[in-house]
Design a protein around this ligand. Structure first.
Ligand code: AMP
Length: 398
């Protein structure tokens, strides 16, 4: 997908227009309080731009999984409160169980230029996740323009991400623009060498990414639990390490494809293995062809760290998705720390895919050293797989 040619909020005139902006306000809540507001903070630049440029701003989002019915615990009320604090102006919530109800309609009609309101959780409506036209039309009826800035749900064809774009001029906000500039740029026209680092638990989750990246990368580095399926293909015994037996052949095919295409394909040459899947289990370092029965690989070993770090050093662009081991545990975070450090020091354009690698990079204190940290786990994986994301595809071309 050449997503770089999509129109953004800066390509249209928003003054005096009612703008429906789909954000990702799917924040974690505990006892009605937001425990992490980084998604709200990430949405502010687009909202502020719209306010400053005289739009009448109607925000919408999903929150959790109310499964198509009104449930007060999934209300966006805490988000309205937090947005009001950050924006320094009251953001009123249209408290309609049906989302586009009497309150939403009246409030949208009365909005003045630069004012902001918020609709209730779009997943109160069963039609939302089925992308049914009636709810898309209802959403569209409130506004003159649609802005999608929810990258985290851009891989879902829902009413508020995709359906509504059939009825309104549709452009992207700054968050989606940044995602597609970095990730799209890295795939379409990378500064070379392009190094992809893939880790995490499952080969099956990442095989689509590997097969897309094989045509684009100079080097592919595999770590984490998924590496053991590759080792199994090479005929090594892997003890009780993670294995996806159904994927051994496919993993081998990836290695053969890489070789045929002249792509360097690195898997761990040694491992930190543990007796049990436990943070404080007895551990030792063994080569990849010497994992004893009854032991499991929980991190890459020091020789692998060196191999991977050397490959990262000269990179022009790095795309990283998934930790090198069980990085939640101090005893098995070493490989992920070494890789994070190498990426930070490489001077390469560094793009961290969503999910656990973001958590690891943030926890380890490397977040501000990366060029781009994706805001969407599933969406960034699908983007890296080369799939067209419906929430982006639906937007107007430049
Ligand atoms: P993913 O969501 O696929 O990126 O996987 C992230 C998860 O993989 C984290 O929770 C890690 O603890 C886990 N993980 C990474 N390496 C291993 C390993 N060698 N054995 C078991 N789990 C692992």
């Amino acid at each position: 997908m050449n997503a770089l040619n999509k129109k953004t909020i800066e390509d249209i005139d928003v003054k005096g227009k009612r703008v429906l902006a789909r954000c990702d306000f799917n924040v974690p809540l505990k006892d009605g309080e937001i425990t992490n507001d980084k998604r709200i903070v990430a949405a502010l630049p687009t909202i502020k731009y719209l306010m400053k440029n005289g739009a009448k701003v109607i925000l919408c989002s999903h929150l959790g999984r109310p499964k198509g019915e009104y449930k007060p615990e999934f209300s966006l009320a805490p988000v309205a409160k937090k947005l009001s604090e950050y924006l320094g102006t009251e953001v009123k919530l249209a408290e309609d169980a049906e989302v586009v109800g009497a309150n939403a309609k009246a409030m949208a009609a009365e909005l003045k230029d630069g004012e902001v309101m918020l609709l209730e959780n779009v997943r109160y409506r069963a039609e939302e996740t089925k992308n049914e036209a009636n709810f898309s039309k209802e959403l569209a009826s409130l506004a003159d323009v649609f802005v999608n800035d929810a990258f985290g749900t851009a891989h879902r064809a829902h009413c508020s991400t995709t359906g509504v774009a059939a009825y309104l001029p549709a452009v992207c906000g700054y968050l989606i623009q940044k995602e597609i500039e970095f990730m799209g740029g890295a795939l379409a026209n990378p500064k070379r060498p392009l190094v992809a680092i893939l880790g995490g638990a499952k080969v099956s989750d990442k095989i689509g990414v590997i097969s897309n990246l094989i045509d684009k990368c100079d080097t592919i580095i595999i770590g984490g639990g998924m590496a053991y399926t590759f080792m199994k293909y090479l005929g090594h015994s892997i003890g009780t390490s993670l294995l996806e037996a159904d994927w051994i052949e496919k993993a081998g095919q990836m290695m053969k494809d890489a070789e045929a295409k002249g792509v360097k394909f690195l898997i761990p040459i040694d491992n930190k293995v543990g007796k049990e899947y436990d943070e404080n289990t007895e551990a030792m370092i063994v080569n990849s062809d010497e994992i004893p029965d009854g032991w499991m690989g929980l991190d890459i070993g020091p020789a692998s760290q060196k191999l991977f770090v050397d490959a990262i050093k000269g990179a022009g662009t790095v795309i990283w998705n998934g930790p090198m081991g069980v990085s939640e545990w101090k005893n098995f975070e070493g490989g992920t720390v070494a890789v994070a450090n190498a990426v930070a020091e490489s001077g390469a354009i560094s793009i961290i895919g969503g999910g656990d690698s973001v958590a690891a990079v943030t926890k380890l204190g490397f977040a501000d050293k990366m060029s781009h940290i994706s805001t969407g786990g599933g969406a960034s994986l699908e983007f890296l797989e080369g799939k067209e994301l419906p929430g982006i595809a639906a937007l107007q071309d430049k």
